[in-house]
Design a protein around this ligand. Sequence first.
Ligand code: GDP
Length: 177
Amino acid sequence: QTNGHEKIDYVFKVVVIGDSAVGKTQILSRFTKNEFCFDSKSTIGVEFQTRTLTIQSKVIKAQIWDTAGQERYRAVTSAYYRGALGAMLVYDITKRQTFDHVARWVEELRSHADNSIVIMLIGNKADLADLRAVPTEHAVEFAEEQGLFFSETSALSGDNVDSAFIRLLEQIYGVVS
Ligand code: GDP
């Protein structure tokens, strides 16, 4: 899509947060490399990945940050949130607890990130429909109450991953332009 010499109009920092094992790293790798990596956690130490795309005729470099496992110790620092214009807040549709913790992650965003940050709630692992523990309607309702965008994705099949990121980036563009 881009030849590497194109002029970049904007760099948007996006953070991916949520409980451990919900699929944050896989969503990131699906979006930036179109890969699902069965040997997960090979990205430890890597701070962010990028993908450049065109949105409303602007060349936008999305710089997507992964917690690299820090969320396990609830040690996600303010440096991680600094300058973030968007957040992907991920839970696992098969693990009720990861959805119950979403409110805490929203609080964390509200206290550490910029007020204008655009938040997209993501119910991941939508391919595991038989194991679903969180009804879509509950998430839709929560997202509406909290003013979040919402999508269900599968990093495994790739379903909705690109469209969720593109919606988020379009919203950010709407905020900054
Ligand atoms: P993180 O700790 O939130 O970064 O989670 P990972 O990306 O490491 O994924 C945790 C586990 O869930 C791994 O075993 C992944 O292979 C698996 N996983 C991630 N996304 C999906 C998905 O969309 N569908 C299914 N079935 N498994 C997934």
